[in-house]
Design a protein around this ligand. Structure first.
Ligand SMILES: Nc1nc2c(ncn2[C@@H]2O[C@H](COP(=O)(O)OP(=O)(O)O)[C@@H](O)[C@H]2O)c(=O)[nH]1
Ligand SMILES: [Mg+2]
Length: 461
């Protein structure tokens, strides 16, 4: 999401930067292009107008033009306006993610259209609450319209290792909700997630059913799940739900697809409800908190380092990482360790997703993806190292022509690929030596960068 918009805006700002001194006309011209970029990203027209006006008010005039780095000032102003449109900035209550500040059992009601991702998101939230917040979670499916829906939730509960309310055939949604709350009180659950049925489109019957469940369960959070790929339809759905049922937050799913991002930028202004979470994939751990400032940074190609570090901290085996860091310091890092590192990166999720969070990588990302530099590359590199003998892994210098041929054949790759891997490993070893010279501080900064094979040496951050 946001890729096209990000590329457009970085293009506009690159042009401004090359100018150096800016006239009012330069700024107006840039604003025209920002406006087009936003419209192409499918941002609702009133939101575009408001955003551009706000930027114009702040950017046009002497202050910016006379400043030391006018282009930088304009970018900062656009950044602030994006943060505000996304629901951050002034008046931001700082409430991100789910509010758990209520007595147990705390009910969370999941609502939305069919196929928006309610059931999947219920499973994701359950997993996160169990692991991150150490909560005892009960999942209950109120979807009596589709026969398989209750089973689907049961399976997700199993994968998230949380309890699912046993299915009783023939019960109505309200009866199921009552049973869920009853079980939760008796068995001391902290959170009850009520997954409701959707419809293909908004209709009176759906709204009535959702409203009845809401009146009964008095949920602490009513989360509306919308599909980012549906663009402005998602915004209209959210508006209808918020007006007729009332929601406390929005979960936007499928942001891993090629949605243009307009919905996310329009949501707060049009519906008044905050986006709380993002669904970024089908897997249960593909759930992100929504941070307006970080998203704005991602759009403007400044990268989202904070999320990247958080993701790394969550998935990387701390003990393993420390062991590798020690080896780097001692200069005894070998291909065996490199293979370990590849495994850690594999665990962090798709490489292109990670790259999207790195500053300035946005534009490069498409090229990298075309070059097939993703999970498949990590797998191939793993395979190459697996085809080496232990001696070769410890002392890569041993690997000359005939050994390369054997390794390529053994791993189903080519000699070129073996060469590329050895070159990357060499680059990395060099970088580590340089970092060691820079001392501990350089080590900390380079630590994450060095997780990216072949990139670490180009992106010191
Ligand atoms: N790519 C992607 N797929 C998702 C995401 N969330 C849900 N899905 C998929 O969307 C489909 C419908 O999801 P489901 O939870 O059954 O929707 P529901 O009808 O609202 O309960 C399933 O195939 C999910 O795997 C997401 O964030 N990204
Ligand atoms: Mg469902």
């Amino acid at each position: 999401m946001f890729e096209a918009l990000g590329n457009r805006l970085t293009g506009v700002f690159d042009k401004l930067r090359r100018r150096g001194a800016l006239s009012d006309a330069d700024v107006q011209e840039a604003l025209r292009e920002v406006r087009i970029a936003l419209l192409e990203a499918d941002v609702a027209l009133p939101v575009v107008k408001d955003l551009v006006n706000r930027v114009r008010d702040r950017a046009v005039g002497q202050e910016v033009i006379r400043s030391v780095s006018p282009a930088q000032q304009v970018i900062k102003i656009v950044n602030d306006a994006l943060v505000e449109a996304l629901g951050g900035g002034e008046g931001d209550d700082g409430k991100r993610g789910i509010d758990l500040n209520a007595p147990s059992p705390l009910p969370i009601l999941m609502v939305g259209l069919q196929g928006s991702g309610k059931t999947t998101t219920s499973g994701k939230i359950a997993l996160r609450l169990r692991v991150r917040d150490r909560k005892k979670v009960l999942l209950a499916s109120l979807d009596v319209h589709r026969p398989a829906a209750q089973l689907q939730l049961q399976q997700l509960a199993d994968r998230a290792e949380v309890t699912c309310l046993p299915i009783v055939m023939g019960q109505r949604p309200l009866e199921i909700a009552a049973r869920a709350m009853d079980v939760a009180r008796r068995e001391l659950f902290d959170v009850v997630i009520l997954d409701t049925a959707g419809r293909l489109s908004i209709d009176a019957e759906l709204m009535a059913e959702v409203a009845a469940v809401k009146a009964f369960a008095k949920p602490h959070e009513t989360l509306l799940v919308v599909d980012a790929m549906t663009g402005q339809d998602a915004v209209q759905t959210a508006r209808a739900f918020n007006e007729q049922v009332g929601v406390t937050g929005i979960v936007m799913t499928r942001v891993d697809g090629d949605a243009r991002g307009g919905a996310a930028l329009s949501m707060r202004a049009v519906t008044g409800a905050p986006i709380k979470l993002l669904g970024a994939g089908e897997k249960l751990d593909a759930l992100e908190d929504f941070h307006p400032d970080r998203i704005a940074n991602r759009i403007l190609g400044m990268g989202d380092i904070v999320s990247l570090v958080e993701r790394a901290a969550e998935t990387i085996d701390q003990a393993e990482a420390e062991k590798l860091a020690k080896k780097m310091q001692k200069g005894s890092f070998d291909l065996e360790d490199y293979a370990q590192q590849i495994k850690q990166i594999g665990k962090m999720g798709s490489l292109s997703g990670i790259l999207g969070m790195l500053p300035g990588i946005g534009k490069m990302k498409a090229q990298i993806e075309n070059a097939n530099l993703d999970q498949s590359m990590l797998k191939r590199q793993s395979a190459i190292i697996s085809s080496m003998t232990m001696k070769e892994r410890r002392k890569p210098d041993l690997i000359k022509a005939s050994r390369k041929k054997r390794i390529a054949a053994g791993s189903g790759t080519t000699v070129q690929e073996v060469n590329r891997l050895l070159k990357q490993f060499d680059d990395m070893s060099d970088m580590m030596k340089r970092m060691n010279k820079m001392g501990q501080k350089g080590m900390m900064r380079g630590g994450l960068a060095s997780l990216m094979p072949g990139l670490g040496n180009k992106r010191p951050f």
